[in-house]
Design a protein around this ligand. Structure first.
Ligand SMILES: Cc1cc2nc3c(=O)[nH]c(=O)nc-3n(C[C@H](O)[C@H](O)[C@H](O)COP(=O)(O)O)c2cc1C
Length: 457
């Protein structure tokens, strides 16, 4: 059987996400991201297309690496203003039944006790449809806003994340038994105290002595997403992530990343397919190849290039204003997304990338696959990516919304369904059950070590 392809809608609670400037397109709605209707419309379209989830990026801080000021990002609305992604989840959940919600939350700025409560609350409210995209921050400006001296060092951020996860796992998996909440009206007893446990943790980065504030949710631990693919990032993902979001512009490069991710999962006591891998993809699909190409050319006119370079500077941690447009970028290091820098330098030895390449509205700039064409053309390409790079699916970057996502849902999804590689109905149950067949983490996942009350009922 040909391999199933999964799709998520990759959005952000900001006007400009991966491709700044499109907000000004006459048919684009993303300037209305601060209204409830924007999110209910997105959720309805995504569920109509049987997408697994809306995946919400979030970045704490402003993009002021480019030229040392945020002006280019601000003019373009490039991930600014940046609203909180959590509150839009219940809006979307209220109008859907199956759609999952992947929310990016930066662990570096928030105590595990509080973040664990927020995810548990939302896992209840969505009936088990929450995923957490675990990130540690990429912008100095955000770290300073959170009262820190600056962004922590790259590998040290991952080390702190390992410890953070142990703490939230203990809260989610080990603090409450499944039968602790009795709600016994006759006995007038709500909770059985003997079935609730205090968690104590003393570590290098976090101390906690507390009972989790929320009773067990359908998934307990939300589905664990991670994005970041340097050696340290892959090692972290291999240990913890159930889904990984990667970028990369060639199939061999992505295939190598995926192979390594699966190998590291096995090295950390898990199975190779315990990790579902999603590649970022910008897809412009139209009834014919020619119409899709026209649409690509039309969208391109709206791309805000300084805004785009402001984002790329923030992502890489390198001030791209210091380079000439055609100057090759080589031998650079940065503290933000090392995997992006590697992808455009040492892991692309065949070609020296320039600032102009990075700014180009196409398959460059560390944003994953860029596919333009008819449903047949795009479906062929997606299948090639999946087969050659061993991928499980794609996170679809927001382009002109809603028409870009509607085209995927109305043209591409039926084509994939007719090839037998895309679901025609959702599987029942919580998000993890839809992806892995069971609502709770398997015993071989490190979170399971924190279970204290025996098998879940
Ligand atoms: C595809 C992709 C998406 C990401 N999305 C976010 C995000 O929404 N918010 C954030 O703070 N960091 C985000 N990151 C940054 C990563 O979480 C990670 O901190 C960073 O890439 C550094 O790790 P690395 O060098 O291992 O890639 C993303 C990274 C990648 C590759």
């Amino acid at each position: 059987m040909t391999r199933e392809i999964r799709l998520n809608a990759f959005h952000m609670n900001a006007p400009g996400h991966s491709w700044p400037g499109l907000w000004a397109h006459p048919r684009d709605a993303s300037a209305r991201h601060d209204t409830p209707e924007y999110w209910t419309q997105l959720a309805r379209i995504a569920e109509r297309g049987k997408l697994d989830a809306v995946f919400l990026a979030d970045v704490i801080g402003v993009y002021d690496v480019y030229g040392g000021i945020p002006d280019a990002a601000f003019r373009a609305g490039a991930q600014a203003p940046t609203l909180d992604p959590f509150p839009v989840v219940p809006l979307m959940a209220a109008v859907t039944e199956h759609l999952g919600f992947g929310v990016t939350a930066t662990l570096s700025y928030e105590r595990p006790y509080l973040l664990a409560r927020r995810f548990s609350t939302l896992d209840h409210l969505t009936r088990g449809r929450m995923a957490w995209n675990i990130v540690t921050g990429i912008l100095d400006s955000g770290a300073k806003g959170a009262g820190q001296a600056g962004l922590g060092a790259h590998d040290e951020r991952y080390a702190a994340a390992e410890e953070y996860l142990e703490v939230v796992y203990a809260l989610w998996e080990g603090s409450w038994a499944d039968d602790a909440l009795v709600q016994d009206r006759e006995a007038r007893q709500y909770i059985r105290p003997d079935r609730v446990r205090r968690i104590s943790h003393r570590g290098a980065h976090y101390d906690l002595d507390a009972i989790h504030l929320v009773h067990p949710t359908p998934q307990r631990t939300p589905l664990l997403f991670q994005a970041g693919a340097s050696a340290a990032g892959r090692n972290f993902a291999g240990g913890h992530a159930e889904a990984v979001f990667i970028n990369g512009h060639t199939r061999p490069l992505v295939a190598e990343t995926v192979r390594d991710l699966r190998r590291r999962a096995v090295a950390r006591g898990r199975q190779a397919d315990d990790v579902r891998v999603f590649l970022g993809a910008s897809i412009i699909v139209a009834p014919t190849d020619a119409e899709a190409r026209d649409r690509h050319a039309e969208y391109e006119r709206w791309i805000d290039y300084p805004g785009s370079l402001a984002l790329l500077s923030g992502w890489s941690g390198i001030d791209l204003s210091r380079y000439g447009l055609d100057e090759p970028i080589r031998h650079v290091t940065g503290n933000a997304m090392q995997s992006l820098i590697e992808a455009i330098t040492t892991r692309s030895p065949e070609r020296a990338w320039t600032v102009r390449d990075l700014a180009h509205f196409g398959q460059a700039g560390g944003r994953g696959a860029f596919l333009v064409g008819s449903p047949t053309t795009v479906a062929d390409e997606l299948q090639r990516w999946v087969e050659e790079a061993d991928l499980d699916g794609f996170n679809l970057t927001r382009l002109v919304f809603p028409e870009g996502l509607e085209a995927v849902v109305d043209l591409l999804v039926p084509e994939l369904q007719s090839r037998g590689v895309f679901k025609t109905q959702y599987a029942p149950g919580p998000l993890r059950q839809k992806l892995f067949g069971a609502p709770r983490l398997p015993d071989r996942h490190p979170a399971a070590r924190h279970r204290a009350f025996g098998p879940d009922r």
